[in-house]
Design a protein around this ligand. Structure first.
Ligand code: ASP
Length: 341
């Protein structure tokens, strides 16, 4: 039987064209992928294409859209060997992280890809990215199991774990980085799979979680941050979880008012997750005096998780309805390979 791949199109630069009136890029409907990429007929797979009705620039991405995307994958899970998601690059790392938590026991490839230049442009990186993503989603090992049974991001010549990725470049074709985890595959003349870093295929049944809770926030530290800024952020109504983007290995000001504010919020039930602003390396609370206090008042270490993944993980765990203590303990455990402890 032929390998079957479903390509899901959500919007983004890859399928954009210039609006004649405004001159800005707007999404258009692909309708049939083969019309745009006839070369796909040379691949011996069944490739089906699904386009979401409301195609979006990924800056308009929402948890509701993630739920539709997860639902489409669930609906088609048994019919296809792998999935490719065409998505804008701006929030791709958030979506790939979210889907990794939403799709528990995923045993098939879900490859996110996009492009920096629209498909219609002569030098577009979109064509290569789509073709490589389809090949990766279809790839099987000698036992007939998928090579990459997890959520990943393919951009230019690298396949990265989705929940380890960050968009770090707005211009280069190599737009993503995974500072704390090796590439799952390197795309060159051949696609070289780094199997020791790829998740093992599970035999458990897929569980799709769709209760993402958006009552979370991010507070990025900077020299000169004011009392009002911290105070008001911590008192955001309904907020249940906050990512504190700290310096270096998880460090923050030792100023009394700052620590007191955080402590009061934690005592009030807020979960504060310590994630470093650095693109690689890990939070090590207690290594410096400047993180010792955070540890004492109950800030939770994010180890080497990315902000994108931390946000998705908080939304997922809070959405699942776990108690505060349970959320705090799951936050420190790798659930989908998103952190190293
Ligand atoms: N603004 C676009 C988006 O994220 C950029 C891209 O597709 O790469 O949808």
């Amino acid at each position: 039987m032929k390998t079957s791949i479903l390509v899901l199109y959500t919007g983004g630069t890859i399928g954009m064209m210039r609006d004649a009136k405004t001159g800005s890029l707007v999404p258009f409907n692909f309708d049939n992928l083969y019309d745009h990429l006839p070369v796909l007929r040379n691949l011996d797979y069944n490739i089906d294409f699904y386009s979401f009705e409301n195609l979006i620039d990924s800056s308009n991405m929402t948890p509701e859209f993630w739920i539709s995307l997860a639902g489409k994958i669930k609906e088609n899970y048994d019919k296809y060997d792998g999935f490719v998601v065409l998505h804008g690059s701006d929030t791709m790392a958030y979506s790939a992280s979210a889907l990794s938590f939403m799709l528990e026991n995923l045993a098939k490839p879900v490859v996110f890809t996009g492009s920096q230049l629209p498909m219609g442009m002569v030098r577009s990186d979109g064509r290569e990215n789509i073709i490589a993503s389809i090949e990766i989603a279809a790839a099987k090992n000698q036992e007939g199991c998928p090579m990459v049974p997890e959520v990943s991001i393919l951009f230019e010549n690298q396949l990265l774990r989705g929940n380890r990725s960050t968009k770090h470049n707005a211009e280069h074709f190599n737009a993503f980085v995974s500072g704390n985890y090796p590439n799952l595959a390197d795309v060159g003349v051949r696609i070289k799979y780094n199997t020791e870093y790829i998740a093992q295929k599970t035999t458990k049944k897929l569980i799709v979680h769709t209760k993402m809770n958006s009552n979370v926030g991010i507070l990025k530290l900077f020299p000169g941050i004011t009392f009002n800024m911290v105070h008001n952020t911590l008192r955001t109504p309904e907020m249940k979880g906050l990512i504190l983007e700290t310096y270096g290995s998880g460090n923050a000001p030792t100023t009394e008012w700052f620590i007191n504010e955080l402590k009061a919020a934690i005592d009030n039930g807020l979960i504060i997750y310590n994630v470093t602003q650095c693109k690689s390396g890990s939070v090590e609370m207690g290594r410096y005096e400047t993180s010792l206090n955070l540890n004492k008042i109950g800030v939770v270490s994010g180890h080497d998780i990315t902000t994108e993944s931390a946000l998705a993980k908080l939304m997922y765990l809070i959405g699942e309805g776990y108690s505060r203590e349970e959320v705090c303990s799951w936050l420190q455990v790798p659930l989908r390979g998103e952190m190293t402890i």
